[in-house]
Design a protein around this ligand. Structure first.
Ligand SMILES: C[S@@+](CC[C@H](N)C(=O)[O-])C[C@H]1O[C@@H](n2cnc3c(N)ncnc32)[C@H](O)[C@@H]1O
Length: 202
């Protein structure tokens, strides 16, 4: 694992906030539906999408019947986008602006936490992962996707802070006394190798 030389937190925040309002989604909902067998899952489970950007996944899961699905993103720009797409009541009830480094902004435990293309952007990934662990229900799952991109040019491109050389390198970020790897898969997103890693809270 290589870490970009960290600049100030303000630089980090500005880089994230600038992109948080994008109407763009990379999350692989078909994979999530299949892998967790969500069509036949209890619709009352709590689900959280961290770094949800335009809230595509939160809205999709609500439409699938998962009414306890929540999301948050670091940037105020994300909130502006949510209000331009969804009902005010939906935004106010299920979406909020918050920084995962500060903790999870919902006083709940989640059976499933989603973090799609977020961890590589963080300022302090171990701290954020600790908060994810705390808010996972016992036996709950953390679904993550990150690029595995050994090209140096990505490390020096804001706003990526972490660059993982391989799946094992990425797995080493997680404390194996707290998480068990239950699924790992490598694929390609456009031209870039991508890791899908699912962990279960021990
Ligand atoms: C590449 S986008 C991925 C968005 C979405 N998860 C997807 O898969 O399409 C990364 C998102 O993480 C958000 N993010 C970055 N740092 C964050 C933090 N500390 N807390 C919450 N969200 C954060 C960014 O604002 C951005 O919306």
């Amino acid at each position: 694992m290589k870490l970009k030389e960290l600049e100030s937190y303000q630089d980090y925040y500005d880089a994230q906030n600038g992109r948080s309002g994008m109407k763009a989604s990379q999350i692989n909902l078909e994979l999530i539906m299949n892998i967790f067998n969500l069509e036949s899952e209890d619709k009352g489970i709590n689900i959280l999408d961290i770094g949800c950007r335009d809230a595509t996944a939160v809205h999709f899961l609500h439409n699938k019947g998962f009414k306890n699905t929540y999301g948050f993103d670091i940037g105020e720009r994300a909130r502006e986008t949510w209000y331009s797409i969804y009902d005010k009541a939906f935004v106010d009830s299920y979406l909020t602006v918050s920084d995962v480094h500060e903790g999870i902004p919902y006083d709940k435990e989640f059976q499933l936490i989603l973090s799609s293309h977020v961890i590589e952007h963080l300022f302090d990934a171990p701290k954020a992962i600790e908060h994810m662990y705390t808010h996972l229900a016992s036996g709950g799952f953390l679904f993550t996707q990150v690029p595995i991109q050994p090209e140096e040019r990505f490390l020096n491109a804001k706003p990526h802070y972490y660059m993982f050389d391989s799946m094992d390198d990425y797995i080493s970020l997680f404390d194996n006394t707290k998480f068990k790897v239950v699924h790992q898969e490598e694929g390609f997103k456009a031209a870039n190798p991508e890791a899908t890693l699912i962990l279960q809270k021990l």
